[in-house]
Each structure stands twice: as C-alpha cells, then as structure tokens.
Design a binder for this molecule. Sequence first.
Ligand code: NAD
Ligand code: LMR
Length: 309
Amino acid sequence: MKVTVVGAGNVGATCADVLAYREVANEIVLVDIKEGLAEGKSLDIWQKAPIDLYDSRTIGATNDYSKSANSDVVVITSGLPRKPGMSRDDLIGTNAGIVKSVTENIIKYSPRAIIIVVSNPLDVMTYQAHLTSKLPRTKVFGMAGILDTARYRAFLAEALNVSPKDIQAMLLGGHGDTMVPLPRYTTVAGIPVTELIDKDKLNAILERTKVGGGELVKLMGTSAWYAPGSAAAQMVEAIVKDQRRVFPVCIRLDGEYGIKDCYLGVPVILGKNGIERVIELDLNSEERALMESSRKAVREVMDVLENLG
Ligand SMILES: NC(=O)c1ccc[n+]([C@@H]2O[C@H](COP(=O)([O-])OP(=O)(O)OC[C@H]3O[C@@H](n4cnc5c(N)ncnc54)[C@H](O)[C@@H]3O)[C@@H](O)[C@H]2O)c1
Ligand SMILES: O=C(O)C[C@H](O)C(=O)O
C-alpha cells in the first residue's frame, strides 16, 4: 500500500509519522512546496524506524508529484494554518488555490486515489478537492469529526476522571463553531453520559468543544497538529486495512438529514472503497435546528468559493 501526505508541516509530518509508526502502509510519501522540508522530515521519520521498530519506508519530495504516483490514499494538509484572531474561514482565499493545484497534481499521478482533506476551512476545502478531482463523494472527503469528538471525549474523560478509551461519542455538522455535539449519543462504557455528569458541566464541555481549535490557536499562535495528524492517520488506516470503522467524516450530503449539496460531518462507515455507507441518525427537533444552522454557515462559505471562480 502507498500513501501520500501533501504538506510536510505540523499536521502532515505528524500524520506521516503516525502512519509509519503504526505500519499502516509500506510506502509513505511526503510532498511539500518548501525546498527540502519533505525530504528532511521523511528522512527524520525513517531514522526513527530502528528505534521505534517499524519498517514503513518514508520518502520526501519537493513539489515532485511523480514520487506520489499510484498512491492508494492521499491526505491533503497543505495550506496556511490560522493565527490568533482569525477564523478558519479567513483562510479560504489562500488555501482554495493551494488545495486546487495540489489536487490537480494528485489526480494526474494517482487517478484512483482516495483523497482525505485536512486543510481549512475544512468543509469547503473538501468541496474544492471534489470540484478539481471530480471524484465521487465516496472517494473525496474531509477529516474533522474524529478530531472534534476526540476533544469532546478528552474533556469528558478529564471531568469524570475516567479513561478516554471508555468514552464513545458522536458529533455532526461543519468544522466550525456551529458543530453539533450529540450528548444523546455519548456513553461511558455504554452508560449514557447524562447519568454521570450534571447538565451544566456537560453544557460547558460542549461549548468548550465547539471552540476547541481556537483554544489551541490562542495558546500556541498556530493551530493544533498532534491530534489532527493522528486523526487523519486513523482514517487512512481504516481505508487501507478495510476496517469498516464508524467515524464522523465530512462528506457532501445528497439528501441525508434532509440536506443536499452541502459538505457536513456525519457518521459513516470507512473501508477499502472509502465511504462505504452514510449513517443517518433520527435527530430530534433541537438537533435538526442545530444541523440547519451548521448547514447555513457552511453553505455561505461554499458560495464564497464558487464566487472565487
Ligand atoms: N481539519 C482539521 O481538523 C484540521 C486540524 C488542524 C489543522 N488543519 C489545517 O491543516 C492545514 C495545515 O496546518 P499545519 O499546522 O500543518 O500548517 P503548517 O504551516 O505547519 O504546514 C502547512 C504546509 O503546507 C505547505 N504548503 C503550502 N502550499 C503548498 C503547496 N502548494 N503544495 C505543497 N505544500 C504546500 C507549507 O510549505 C507547509 O509546510 C491548515 O490549513 C490548518 O488550518 C485542519
Ligand atoms: O482550529 C484550527 O484552525 C485548526 C483545526 O481546524 C482545529 O480544529 O484544530
């Protein structure tokens, strides 16, 4: 199996490192526009192999997509991260052009690859990758839901003083402040979370989750990478190993949840063909209203992209 990660910055290099360490693919190619960066980081990851005991081969390339030829899965992390005071949507002007040119190169050399988009604004950059690649929605989709639910699960684990391994959760909607956490579908080893935590504490955790990315941007001056890189690698693993994992993933909705032509996070089954199935939950009226606000927010930015031409 061959996996390419475009963008050898914080998220891309972390993703490649996790893929190598977990031996998800035997060949992992890192591509970046910055001279020497991808070569250097892939060499560094390869030199860690004798210490951490893996044999996935990592290869770097400066803007040379021939090295990525015939990849099974490609992860796009290239693009600017936000700085304090910015929203993810503020990145659209620069990142749309980057994601477009990167997707053209990917498709040229790996026409059958499954593409996972990470660059922000996530939902709309996934749309951009679809517009450029013309791949069906089952083959081009975005990573955000695993990260957002991981934040929610981590906050809950801390509040309840239990292992994060035992927290299961689902979250819908766009990767922005209008994301839709679902306490109704949150359990601690099968126990409904609402039986273990009071309403006010749970609400505070939900609000913190919605702005979880911004919390890290404020702390670090740039956005997060360990959890995002691992989350993208987990999606690659589900595809490469045909695990049929159930994850929230950003996909174009074609009528599910009563929504059409909009990229939003929903639960899907991820396997060797990419998205094997979209799972439709029976939302209550409050959840449906939150989903509608999320749809509106993402649709506005999709319109901005369409007007960029
Ligand atoms: N979806 C999510 O949940 C999520 C999470 C974290 C970060 N992100 C997004 O991922 C992106 C990357 O974040 P980061 O922290 O790794 O940033 P970074 O600045 O560390 O890395 C980005 C890399 O992209 C490269 N690049 C720029 N233009 C390129 C091009 N045309 N071709 C190839 N490479 C190019 C840069 O040289 C840089 O090395 C940002 O847009 C960020 O907002 C998304
Ligand atoms: O917050 C950001 O800008 C990056 C990413 O979308 C995140 O949620 O960490």
